[in-house]
Design a binder for this molecule. Structure first.
Ligand SMILES: [Zn+2]
Length: 238
């Protein structure tokens, strides 16, 4: 009996692991959000979550500058406060900044008042640090419900998810990720990457692969006729 239970537990863990690695659960919650922009223009947006990071964000910014690409960074308020110089550099180099909550908590179980406080406090920190006001919100881990979507809208924010997930936290070879994304990308796609974090925490991690993907991705998309722009541009200056 004990072995049977151990087998069931292992099977459940493997199933959950496969679900996280191979399935993008954001497809379950993206109704009513901006996850792709309907456009006839050959444009896509690269987005980074969970920064700023003192290690990875500067390297990513360097690659974006070399490639002459503007991207979008959904910052965690707590990280913007901890690393203000990096957050400021993101703004100074012309990238769009989005709101990713203050503590990277799943907002699914928040009351409307708690959700409002989380978003407003993050907005205040980002404004104080970078001078940019956030108008787009990305819920940590993409978990949100009908009530949170309504509350976010009521606050004048757009909830932004993604249409192409790089799964850069899994550790797949970066060339393979770049090839996969280039082959699937189409007009208006929003691509998800991370400039901080790992499987268990939103800070630290190893983002070498993400840094190396950028030039390959931008080149591949360009060859396909697709230009990488910030979400501000893709969403027509929200
Ligand atoms: Zn996140």
């Amino acid at each position: 009996m004990t072995w049977q239970w151990a087998g069931i537990v292992v099977a459940v863990i493997i199933l959950i692991g496969c679900f996280c690695v191979f399935f993008d659960h954001a497809v379950l919650t993206r109704r009513g959000t901006v996850y792709r922009v309907k456009t006839s223009q050959r444009k896509v947006a690269i987005t980074f979550d969970d920064g700023p990071s003192p290690v990875w964000t500067p390297l990513i910014l360097d690659e974006l500058k070399k490639a002459s690409v503007k991207a979008t960074f959904f910052m965690i308020g707590h990280h913007a406060r901890k690393y203000p110089a990096i957050a400021r550099r993101v703004a100074q180099e012309g990238h769009t900044i989005g709101n990713h909550g203050y503590a990277h908590s799943v907002v699914l179980y928040y009351t409307p008042a708690e959700l409002e406080e989380e978003i407003k406090y993050t907005e205040q920190v980002i404004r104080e640090v970078t001078g940019q006001t956030t108008k787009i919100f990305r819920p940590p881990k993409a978990w949100l419900n009908h009530f949170s979507k309504n509350k976010i809208k009521e606050m004048g924010y757009e909830t932004v998810l993604w249409s192409l997930n790089s799964k850069d936290w899994v550790g797949f070879p970066y060339r393979q990720i770049a090839r996969h994304l280039v082959s699937r990308a189409q007009n208006g796609d929003i691509l998800l990457f991370h400039d901080s974090g790992n499987v268990f925490t939103p800070e630290g991690g190893d983002r070498h692969g993400t840094v190396k993907i950028i030039p390959l991705l931008v080149k591949g998309l360009k060859e396909k006729g697709l230009e990488c722009v910030s979400l501000k541009e893709l969403m027509n200056d929200f």
